[in-house]
Write a protein that binds this ligand. Structure first.
Ligand code: COA
Length: 275
């Protein structure tokens, strides 16, 4: 397998399907995968034929986390410069995905461990299979959950669940992950792809500029005071108005108030007539 093949992707019906593609290694993330993922994200981010990005895994795993051999042992053997480089490469694409131009969905098909929680959190939405298994296995091999993983579980889970999960290393299945809000929802594996397509279809009907500014606001206001958040939203809406060449909000109001062709409370305005 060449270094390029460790990430597979194709675009179909405006959905970019990006796959961790080391199934024989349970899609654990080694330095070539981290580098390739950044290239693939670069290639897809501003393409007009992409409206939503789905991140999933080939085979029985979503991702078994960082590669213990190639990411940890072999870079550690090369010294601090190599460690810092491989950290930059992995954290780099996690960050890139967190602020991605297009909405993103993690489609968690199987194993999801440790470092995998980084890209899981980076995706805006997450749907998993009931059969998926999630674990912070770090404690089982003698380290603390590194990278952003401690932050991820504290952001998403209650303190008690985060602490239990991190200290015991016990697995939870997809249903429990949904109950804990680690993911949005869990469905049987044989319905996973259909459910993700359906969700992507909902997003594809929305104004893309509004989606980008909304996801950004949801991520950022958590660290702000109420007044800062109010002010941020005012400024960002003004920026969005400038960025949206279709003037979608005016078209939306027109279709509702003048044309009476849709109700904003019940669905999105017709984007096609707003171009
Ligand atoms: N790092 C390096 N290699 C890994 C790996 C990881 N995180 N996860 C799986 N692999 C490798 C295995 O070493 C094995 O390699 P081999 O075929 O050359 O022997 C191969 O992937 C298949 O793994 P295997 O353990 O046989 O698969 P399984 O389906 O029986 O079990 C897991 C799957 C995910 C439960 C198990 O591989 C595992 O515990 N992985 C480590 C998970 C982890 O702790 N990740 C946290 C990293 S921060």
């Amino acid at each position: 397998m060449s270094d390029k093949d460790v990430v597979a992707f194709h675009v179909e019906d405006r959905i970019a399907w990006v796959k961790f593609n080391r199934p024989e290694k349970r899609n654990c993330m080694n330095p070539p995968l981290n580098r390739r993922m950044m290239e693939v994200l670069d290639e897809l981010e501003f393409r007009d034929d992409v409206g939503v990005l789905v991140l999933t895994g080939e085979g029985s795993a979503w991702s078994a986390g960082m590669d213990l051999k190639e990411y940890f042992r072999e870079t550690e053997a090369q010294g601090l410069a190599a460690i810092r480089k491989s950290q930059r490469e992995s954290y780099g694409w996690f960050r890139r995905l967190r602020t991605y131009e297009k909405p993103t969905i993690a489609m968690v098909n199987g194993w999801c461990f440790g470092g995998g929680y980084g890209p899981l959190f980076s995706c805006d939405l997450a749907i998993c299979a009931d059969e998926a298994q999630f674990g912070l296995s770090e404690i089982n091999w003698g380290i603390l959950p590194g990278g952003g993983v401690t932050k991820v579980v504290v952001e998403l889970l209650s303190m008690r669940d985060a602490m239990y999960h991190a200290l015991t290393g016990e697995l939870i299945d997809g249903r429990k992950a949904a109950e804990w809000k680690l993911v949005n929802e869990s469905v049987p594996l044989d319905r996973l792809e259909a459910r993700v397509r359906e969700l992507a279809g909902v997003l594809l009907k929305k104004n893309p500029v509004a989606l980008k500014y909304t996801k950004e606001a949801i991520r950022r206001v958590g660290d702000m005071t109420y007044d800062d958040a109010l002010d941020y939203a005012v400024r960002m809406q003004e920026a969005a108005n400038f960025m949206d060449r279709t003037e979608g909000r005016k078209e939306g109001i027109r279709q509702f108030i003048d044309e009476k062709s849709f109700k904003p409370g019940l669905g999105a305005y017709d984007l096609k007539r707003g171009d």
